[in-house]
Write a protein that binds this ligand. Sequence first.
Ligand code: FAD
Length: 412
Amino acid sequence: MSKPRFIVVGGGLIGVTTLYELVSRGYDAALFEAEEDLALGASFANGGMLTPSMPDPWNGPGVARHLFASLFDPRSSMKLHLSQVPSLFSWGLKFLAGSGRARHEAATLANYRLCARSLDRTRALTKELGLEFDQSDRGTLKVFESEAAMAGPLALAQRLAQEELRFEKLDAAATVAREPLLAPIADRIAGALYFPDDGVGDARKFVLALAEKARELGAAINLGARVNDLILREGRICGIVQDGKEHLGEVVLCTGVWSPELAAQLGQSIPVKPAKGYSLSVDARALGNRMPRVPVIDDAMHAAVVPLGDRLRFVGTAEFAGFNQEIDQVRIDNLISLFERLYPDLEGSIDLSDAKPWTGLRPMSASGQPIIRQSAKEGLWLNCGHGHLGWTMACGSAEQIVDLIYEKAYRP
Ligand SMILES: Cc1cc2nc3c(=O)[nH]c(=O)nc-3n(C[C@H](O)[C@H](O)[C@H](O)COP(=O)(O)OP(=O)(O)OC[C@H]3O[C@@H](n4cnc5c(N)ncnc54)[C@H](O)[C@@H]3O)c2cc1C
């Protein structure tokens, strides 16, 4: 029997981890990426946080009320733009259907299990392959202004503790003991939840390093290679068309927010929509030994300040604004004010004039869970819709899709 061949479409976190998983298990695989380099989409400058501690989908109970109010609030942390309502209609109904308590809890649990498995796999690969991507493993701190604000996340952490999530509930003094740079705001916070097993790392650096390892194992990586069509023969997908040329093989679609495009040609609908987010990356070498050590998440603002090597990355906000990737300075200013609110003593200590603003589109599935399965057509596999957790889930999702491929008896 000839060796099965796989074509991975999309060269972000999900595509490259899938490619590596395929070739490391002995499959013959090639990747096609539309852009001139890898990880220029959502995986470019994301928050960098590896957080099984945040597995809850965004369509939690009360989300409908929140989104409706956001139509009239330009500063809302999760904002729906009126112009997007028609295009979000059918996806939105599914998104809201998942916001009932029981469904949301089930999705949270499933996400947590995948995140935890994925983080183990990320760490194992990092060690085994000697990958460097500004990683560190000091956990994350989620800070709260009041006990009332902490109640929901604390209840979630307590539920997930039954699944082995480790956490500590800290009062303001213990929070400062964990991150002394928070001392100036000790009187403004009720405390924090500390998740010791979370990690951070630069997702793009990880993608580039892992892609190199995949190449060493024989993977072909084609850049500037937009896939235009899927080839359907005798009811099954048997390859792709790129620049007028056919390439044959089973196809794994890892195209993030663009995943619905190719599948739509087959009349298949993939319920994924873009949720725009922002980051601002800042050279923080000037801080010297005053560099924050632990990523701090401000629960009220749904935003974070994340140390990544000698940089700080401020990250947050979610907007349903279609595929618009324009940078709105108000959103960037919000991220800067988050930093100044968390670390008032560091205000003015770093040069923000050179900071790099970025927006990316999170591929949000309607269910809040990633789509990792064979499609309705044989020969086409889906690994997409990882939303706000694509970095955390990437290695685990790759393992999961290749397990499915293997179970289908496509043995290398
Ligand atoms: C602001 C922000 C902060 C985030 N923070 C975190 C975080 O802290 N932790 C976390 O876990 N996750 C985070 N995420 C989520 C995470 O970044 C995404 O879930 C993840 O990057 C999705 O990866 P992907 O490979 O599916 O998509 P992408 O990285 O977008 O890759 C898809 C690729 O497919 C290519 N493509 C599309 N169509 C075609 C075609 N026809 N032919 C060839 N190539 C094609 C695109 O060019 C693109 O490179 C964040 C996201 C954002 C936007």
